[in-house]
Design a protein around this ligand. Structure first.
Ligand code: ARG
Length: 460
């Protein structure tokens, strides 16, 4: 029989039980649920709804329950409806009537809103720490490759020379924004909904701020109906995680390409690659592929949450119970992906020689060749046309701009001199892009230092 039996018999059909129960997935919030109850009981004692002795007894019993669940001594009864009911049930078994007093001035509606906020605050913190670790790993790799020239691409066609450091630091910028979004989401999550009751507050003289202080919340929710029916904090986190996964999947897509024989810019450590059951020569980049694939899951979780909340009337509706599986899955997935990505990146081997060869082959210094003419007085459009014709000559002759004889350059324009070769040298081309945000080694070093300083401030 259900604890809420009264108006109805509480004898629900088995299929309804199965549909209704959330203990299978909300049991992971037991520590938050109990911490919330301990703070609630403390406040009930403070305002005189419980005596000090009652309050102490409840709090102590709750501590023991929490420890027993953690150690496994108290198995969670999967037939209990949800974690809130389970904890209250055990408390009541142990304390009798006193246990039944805990739920005074509280509803499961504000209780679950509290538990989820507390749980996700912790999870967001963990995810920040992991994203932070990946950003640091990328900074470390970048530090070693500020002069490793590689082709930069547009349309996946070789475009202009950059360095591996510059390329990787683009992802660090993305991760820094991800950290900012996670921090913002955590800040808005950081208000206490307890005291909202079922939806209309309570007639008891609760001290909500006291509970907020006890649980480390920065403030309290301002409207009881919103307090129990707001799931923006779940959605904001899911949104931030979706964007974070989008960044990881873009990086992973590049890693898959870079590990291919066609690119061969890098090799993954054997611990982060798999073989094929039939093709003996294969070393497959499953980890980046899986991270790319799992991005879809997180987007799906995000969509589940948006669709679930759409058009829900105020205040609490049972639809909202669906929030937990979606956001837990998103958080678990992101944590797992980040845990695999960081050591995979740190243990990977990059091949600067192959990158350089690729950079030499795609006429990616053609813009620099045109710029050479502009610096000697040509109009950019003329310089562009002359260089285009030179590229065509190279293709016909089967050479590159670097190996094209000076006579060919000078036939195209009298402005060319011997120093053109130095001007279109790949490292010179990169070094010349010496503007804030550009790939010149000095600029990228500054970029790395700035990123590291921001990461140090973000340190959790
Ligand atoms: N298990 C429920 C949930 O996750 C707790 C709140 C139940 N509230 C209610 N009015 N039945 O949403």
């Amino acid at each position: 029989m259900k604890m809420w039996a009264g108006r109805t018999s509480g004898d629900i059909a088995d299929c309804v039980n199965e549909l209704n129960a959330s203990i299978g997935f909300d049991k992971r919030m037991y520590a938050q649920d109990i911490a919330g109850s301990i703070a609630h009981a403390g406040m009930l004692g403070k305002v005189g709804i419980l005596t000090q002795a009652e309050c102490a007894e409840i709090q102590q019993a709750l501590q023991v329950i929490s420890q027993e669940i953690a150690s496994g001594a108290l198995p969670i009864d999967e037939t209990a409806e949800d974690i809130h009911m389970f904890v209250e049930q055990v408390l009541t078994q142990r304390l009798g009537t006193l246990g039944k007093k805990l739920h005074t001035a509280r509803s499961r509606n504000d209780q679950v809103a509290l538990d989820l906020r507390m749980y996700l605050k912790d999870d967001a913190g963990e995810i920040c720490a992991l994203a932070h670790g990946l950003a640091e790993a990328l900074c470390d790799i970048a530090e070693a490759h500020t002069e490793t020239v590689m082709p930069g691409y547009t349309h996946l066609q070789r475009a202009q020379p950059v360095t591996l450091a510059h390329h990787l630091m683009a992802y660090v910028q993305m991760l820094l924004r991800d950290l900012g979004r996670l921090r913002d989401a955590s800040a808005r999550m950081n208000v206490l909904p307890l005291g909202s009751g079922a939806l209309a507050g309570t007639t008891y003289p609760l001290d909500r701020q006291h509970v907020a202080d006890a649980l480390g919340f920065a403030g309290i929710t301002q409207n009881s109906m919103d307090g129990v029916s707001d799931r923006d904090f779940v959605l904001e986190l899911a949104g931030a995680l979706s964007i974070l996964m989008m960044h990881l999947s873009r990086l992973c897509e590049e890693l898959v390409l870079w590990c291919s024989w066609e690119f061969r810019f890098m090799s993954l450590d054997d611990a982060y690659a798999t073989g094929s059951s039939i093709m003996p020569q294969k070393k497959n980049p499953d980890v980046p592929e899986l991270v790319r694939g799992k991005t879809a899951r997180v987007y799906g979780d995000n969509m589940t949450l948006l669709a679930m909340m759409k058009a829900l009337p105020l205040a609490y509706n049972k639809d909202m119970q669906e929030d937990k599986e979606a956001i837990f899955d998103a958080c678990d997935t992101v944590k797992l992906c980040l845990r695999a990505m960081t050591p995979m990146m740190r243990s990977a081997t990059f091949h600067p020689d192959v990158m350089k060869r690729a950079a030499q082959a795609g006429f990616i210094n053609a813009t620099d060749c045109a710029d050479y003419l502009v610096k000697r007085g040509a109009a950019f459009r003329d310089a562009y046309r002359i260089t285009g014709a030179l590229v065509k000559t190279c293709i016909d002759k089967g050479c590159t701009l670097d190996t094209l004889p000076l006579a060919n350059f000078q036939a195209a324009s009298p402005l060319f001199a011997q120093d053109v070769y130095a001007a279109i040298d790949l490292l010179t081309c990169v070094t010349a892009r010496d503007i804030p945000g550009g790939p010149a080694p000095g600029q990228v070093k500054t970029q790395i230092a700035q990123a590291r300083a921001l990461l140090a401030k973000e340190a959790l």
